[in-house]
Design a protein around this ligand. Structure first.
Ligand code: ADP
Ligand code: MG
Length: 244
């Protein structure tokens, strides 16, 4: 359980400089959110930390080595738009996929793997949908299934890209409950978050981006009017804890 250090990370997609000189820390035992406007580079930051896209410069370090060399420690749920929902798999297939790294593709899943997958589905409240094709689920249900897959991986580090976008309040509460449990268990939990509404108070730490790092650290320090203006420009509506 160590801190992840992002050091001087920069990413360029052909013509676009997506991220420039990002330096920040992600601490275990805390729920950390990445916020910033559309196109700010939130998804890019997560992918570059994991080596899923190449960084132009810099890297994310963990236990004195690049994080991308220790992907067995990481469970990652991509943004919904990046998953192929027509893929013919049931809920149970998807959750068991979380066990492939431990089991290997061509070996039978062990009793332990089946138990972990069953427990993960229970934890997200999706047990009764076990045999449903994933393409037939609502957005919130799909998100819960992918979170269950991540839980079954027994990882130390969890990266979720916009798990709360387009879901109802009930599902949001279930997902935040799980995120808090993971953080309380000492895991490192990094979540791309899509808006500045009241739900933001669930996060302990925030990383505020707009191609550059605007601020990072404890939530209440990051959410200053000054920082938000720098990230989002002129008028921005946000949940004010002082007024609440
Ligand atoms: P966010 O997740 O904050 O909305 P992204 O990380 O997806 O932002 O994108 C950051 C910037 O990089 C945007 O300008 C986007 O258009 C660009 N971008 C993202 N992915 C690619 C890609 N594969 N090729 C070219 N440009 C990309
Ligand atoms: Mg994104």
């Amino acid at each position: 359980m160590e801190t992840i250090n992002v050091k001087q990370l920069g990413v360029r997609y052909r013509l676009v400089e997506a991220l420039k000189d990002i330096n920040c820390e992600i601490k275990p035992g805390r729920l950390t959110g990445i916020i910033g406007p559309n196109g700010a580079g939130k998804s890019t930051l997560i992918k570059a930390m994991l080596g899923l896209i190449p960084a132009t410069v810099g890297t994310a370090m963990y236990q004195e080595k690049p994080l991308m060399e220790q992907l067995e420690e990481v469970a990652y749920v991509p943004q919904r738009s990046q998953i192929d929902w027509t893929y013919p798999a049931t809920v149970w297939d998807v959750v068991l996929m979380g066990r492939v790294r431990k089991t290997g593709w061509f070996r039978r899943f062990s009793t332990v793997s089946r138990r972990l997958a069953t427990e993960a589905l229970e934890r997200v409240g999706m047990s009764e949908y076990r045999n449903r094709p994933i393409g037939q689920l609502s957005g919130g249900q799909q998100q819960r299934v992918f979170i269950a897959k991540a839980l079954s991986e027994e990882a130390e580090i969890f990266f979720f890209d916009e798990p709360l976008a387009g879901i109802d309040k009930k599902t949001e509460a279930i997902i935040f409950q799980i995120l808090h449990e993971l953080a309380n268990a000492g895991k490192t939990v990094l979540v791309v978050h899509h808006d500045l509404g009241e739900a933001i108070t669930n996060f302990d730490d925030l990383i505020l981006l707009n191609r550059e790092l605007i601020a990072s650290g404890p939530r209440q320090e990051v959410l200053s009017g000054e920082n938000l203006k720098r990230a989002y420009g002129g008028k921005v509506m946000f949940f004010s804890e002082k007024a609440a």
